[in-house]
Design a protein around this ligand. Structure first.
Ligand code: ADP
Ligand code: MG
Length: 424
């Protein structure tokens, strides 16, 4: 279907036309009409499939179609896990509402509460907020949500992973009885399903095909390498293949910091974003990366969540993510909206098993190669295999093994079950 046939009005059609959107993505195709019809929605679709526009476009239209219940009302709240994502959603919303009179406002950490209080007094059409900060304003009684019309939970899976469930409950309790709720998630997990039961009323379920174009358009490859030579291999790849804009993922903040230092020593312009950086620092770094003033951006999973860099050619997994689903989120940063992308994983022997879990999740067996000069050390490999049973990783795997284990006693079992369910 076309955007026009879905029922979007002229000023929105003009704005998206200017952005070069020719037709709706599958998730947009199925969501927009239902949102316009004021339905509650529970939508799951992979990263990079256009979920943001799927809720923003119809929300903008709905707010225009009806009068606010009060001049001071906050009319729509979009909850999102990170500040970066909030900023990005606001920017996107402003583009879509270019020809309309819709106000946007951000409520995220890193800005003064007082300034935000002032801004909340004037009435806001679309408020984009992180759960922690929104909760603070509710507790301070500096926000009134009783005239709210639409409530959006974006990246629900990640928000729950980050432990925001009590915040979301508290916020939800503040909402008026009659409102529309839209819940979006990249993955379908037990936690998300539980939350959906709490916040949604007679929802429409939307799930787009798992193996969508975006992931198909990504060439995935694994370079086998010894753990202690990963940094060198990374520098070598960037240099020899002449990568100009590379996003590199690490599992922890610490390894991100260490890696950046090594890359800089190798003469590469590299910077890092992770949870310890301030909002201003992260924004500055991201802008520089987008402008290609830095060549390598090293990021942890949480910091990178949702950041959108158009046509990013390469994504490199320097370390595998702890949560298998995050692999999909990571590689979703490349090959966006139909562009080809390349996802490279530097895999050491200790990550072998975890890689297999990820491959089962994505239903793809990724080719493995070695790079000349960086071949895996056979002696080390044997030594590693020998000591492996005592390593934490192996222990985790053992804990998973009994299939009927009590969920409470074996959280790893739960995780694994989720992983298996996702490929439905
Ligand atoms: P998700 O939230 O599902 O991860 P995003 O909403 O961030 O995905 O969208 C990914 C990218 O696709 C963005 O750059 C966005 O501008 C672009 N995009 C969204 N919808 C369309 C469309 N209909 N046509 C072309 N590009 C689109
Ligand atoms: Mg999104």
């Amino acid at each position: 279907m076309s955007f026009e046939k879905i029922g979007l009005i002229k000023p929105i059609l003009s704005a998206i036309n200017e952005l070069g959107y020719i037709e709706p993505t599958p998730i947009q195709d199925r969501t927009i009409g239902l949102v316009l019809a004021k339905k509650d929605i529970f939508a799951t679709a992979q990263t990079g499939t256009g979920k943001t526009a799927a809720f923003l476009l119809p929300i903008i239209q709905r707010l225009r179609d009806a009068k606010p219940l009060s001049p001071k009302a906050v009319r729509a709240v979009i909850m999102t896990p990170t500040r970066e994502l909030a900023i990005q959603i606001e920017a996107e919303g402003k583009k879509y509402a270019k020809y309309m009179d819709v106000s946007f406002s951000l409520l995220v950490g890193g800005k003064s509460l007082e300034a935000q209080e002032k801004q909340l007094k004037n009435g806001i059409d679309i408020l984009i907020a992180t759960p922690g900060r929104l909760r603070e304003h509710i507790i301070n009684k500096s926000i009134d949500l009783k005239f709210l019309e639409i409530f959006v939970v974006d990246e629900a899976d990640r928000m729950l992973d980050m432990g925001f469930v009590t915040d979301i409950r508290l916020i939800h309790a503040e909402l008026p009885k009659r409102h529309q709720t839209l819940l979006f998630s990249a993955t379908y997990t037990d936690k998300v399903r539980k939350l959906s039961r709490l916040v949604l009323k007679k929802p429409e379920f939307i799930e787009t095909a798992r193996q969508n174009k975006t992931v198909d358009a990504i060439n995935q490859i694994i370079y086998l390498v010894d753990a202690d030579r990963k940094a060198k291999l990374l520098s070598f790849l960037i240099g020899s293949k002449n990568y100009q804009q590379v996003l590199v993922f690490t599992r922890t903040k610490k390894s991100a910091d260490i890696l950046v230092e090594e890359l800089i020593l190798d003469g590469l312009k590299a910077e890092v974003i992770h949870g310890d950086k301030t909002l201003a620092q992260r924004n500055k770094t991201l802008t520089k990366f987008k402008k290609k003033e830095i060549r390598v951006l090293v990021a942890t999973d949480i910091a990178s969540r949702g950041i959108d860099i158009e046509q990013l050619p390469q994504v490199i997994n320097y370390e595998l993510p702890s949560v298998a689903e995050d692999y999909i989120h990571r590689i979703g940063r490349t090959g966006r909206a139909g562009h080809d992308g390349e996802a490279i994983t530097l895999l050491d022997i200790n990550e072998k098993e975890h890689m297999k879990t990820i491959e089962r999740l994505i239903h793809v067996k990724i080719p493995r190669v070695e790079v000349e000069g960086f071949e895996v050390d056979i002696t080390k490999k044997a030594a590693n295999d020998d000591i492996k049973p005592n390593r934490p990783k192996k222990t985790v795997k053992k804990a998973v093994a009994p299939k009927t284990a009590d969920k409470k006693k074996a959280p790893t079992q739960k995780k694994r079950k989720t992983t298996k369910r996702s490929p439905r």
